[in-house]
Design a protein around this ligand. Sequence first.
Ligand SMILES: *[C@@H]1O[C@H](CO)[C@@H](O)[C@H](O)[C@H]1NC(C)=O
Ligand SMILES: *[C@@H]1O[C@H](CO)[C@@H](O)[C@H](O)[C@H]1NC(C)=O
Ligand SMILES: *[C@@H]1O[C@H](CO)[C@@H](O)[C@H](O)[C@H]1NC(C)=O
Length: 645
Amino acid sequence: MAWASFLQCVVLLLLCVHAAMASSDVPLYKNPEAAVEARVKDLLSRMTLEEKIGQMMQIERSVANASTIQTNFIGSILSGGGSVPKEQASPTDWMDMVDGFQKAALSTRLCIPLMYGIDAVHGHNNVYGATIFPHNVGLGCTRDPDLVRRIGEATALEVRGTGIQYVFAPCIAVCRNPSWGRCYESYSEDPNLVRNMTEIIVGLQGKTTKPGSPFLAGQYNVAATAKHFVGDGGTNHGADERNTLSSYKSLVNIHMVGYFDAIAKGVSTIMVSYSSWNGQKMHSNRFLISHVLKKQLGFKGFVISDWQGIDKITIPAGINYTSSVELGVNAGIDMIMIPFDYPSFHADMLALVKSGHISMRRINDAVGRILRVKFTIGLFEHPLADRSLAKMVGAQDHRDLAREAVRKSLVLLKNERNGNAPFVPLSKRATKILVAGSHADDIGRQCGGWTTTWQGQSGGITPGTSVLEAIKSTIDTSTELVYEQLPDSNFAKGKGFDYAIVVVGEDPYAEFFGDDADLTLPNMGTQTIKNVCTLVKCVVVLVSGRPLVVEPYLPLMNGLVAAWLPGTEGKGIADVLFGDYPFEGKSSRTWFRRASQLPMNVNDQQYDPLFPYGFGLTTAAVVGDAASSRSSTLLFFFTLVLCFI
Ligand SMILES: *[C@@H]1O[C@H](CO)[C@@H](O)[C@H](O)[C@H]1NC(C)=O
Ligand SMILES: *[C@@H]1O[C@H](CO)[C@@H](O)[C@H](O)[C@H]1NC(C)=O
Ligand SMILES: *[C@@H]1O[C@H](CO)[C@@H](O)[C@H](O)[C@H]1NC(C)=O
């Protein structure tokens, strides 16, 4: 079977190549040497209306198969959050699936390749075994755009390692209220920090070297998406998908400025926000999408809807679908993430064009933009997966990079001094230590939402190093480590612990599931802090997507670290806790005292935070410890050499 389909594909590719070589009628669009704009124009002139509508359609992998792709001329397919070819799918499983869809697209009349898109928002997070980087809120604390660019490069390689060419990232939302369930997807409440972090686009797509070529994604890069245009992080009470009430000026100065940078850096696509601006759904906002984004800001890539974003123009969603399609497409959306009911979309589009409700000019603008991206990223020349890249998924140098990102993202909020000696860094050579808490040994919890599944979940969901494992491999072998996930109030009594490390936080969530007005630590977290920290000197490591209410427990703690959602590489936490590296992170968010203060952001007139925006204590790396561990390594090798002599 596989052999037959391989042969079939070879024949089809040969036919395509043959068509391209038949000198008298070589379609210009197949000539990689021709200018992109000329190729776009040529291909558009050859397309039927149905082929054009097909290019505008993005459907979910679960409803895609060869005949669907061929009969509808589907232009794009996506994986929704957690939508995978099979449980713990390997890179090869992914490549086989994507290439299978691609071969169907390449067998259509004009051989137009499709783009496969996926949410790779902190590494290639749907893929089992991929490197999971800290979520954006933590990356904001690194203040390191170059690091973020390198994360983009590594993520692009892992995505290519599964045959995929397109990611729905970065989220450049400016989260103004941590009650929002997507706040961790935002680099900061400060638009200027978000602007700096758009450097990830350069890493994902590659740096454009050809003048006049707005975006680039060679075989080792991917097309990126700046999202969600615009005002997603400014909704009332931080309610997901709801209304951002603001003047045009503050919409631009807070929520839109990141798009200036994203466009200047050549972002290929921009995703529209579910939210409304002053009561109007962004998915129907022609002024902001067509006039401001495309005309004023000069965006030349394509605009994509969010998942069922067209349906959600009405409340309840989808009650007047035909009219929503008309509103959305006429607002300027080019590619529609349908994602399931493609027959309705297709029929509505045909009818709306035939009746003149949607103009051919609008269709040609949409399809021209989609083709421009496809040509620019080299999709026509390299439509199939590069099998040699499979080894990129979870590669060790990517894990090392994630570990660097973790240690630079950690924010030390409290560090008590005993005389001259700070509590942190902790000694590796204590007699006996306690590690406790719901998040101490849980990869799923330290990764958060958008990890292997949409919502994420507790447990060993993907390979990685938990905080507990990282501590074990860092402390001296002579140190006795006791691990108790949920110690009761007597557990630590009289056991002679030198100190305790308590790792607690939020359970994974994504989008509206994470909307939370109270922002208190879950009970098992506060209970563990009380049970341990009243008896033993303790540092609390908080694993959360946002600041939480900690003021009432702060006096119990000798040290407090905001670890955000660090991802799979827990060693980055041990690196700084034990002083092999200094704490350097500066909070990307204002740390409030009480939820009633929200929204409260840097530069507000009323500003009384527990820890202000930009706060973060530093420590020096413990030279002695690091030096002695180096010399013991040397000694080890020396002994090894002696053994061989
Ligand atoms: C392809 O998908 C369509 C729609 O989901 C379905 O009706 C059809 O049977 C499928 N074809 C194959 C060959 O699986
Ligand atoms: C953004 O980057 C510029 C240039 O490196 C720097 O001067 C500025 O302080 C950065 N802003 C923030 C908020 O990090
Ligand atoms: C659906 O939309 C059309 C066009 O905007 C409008 O005329 C019609 O009343 C709407 N129908 C419903 C049920 O809302």
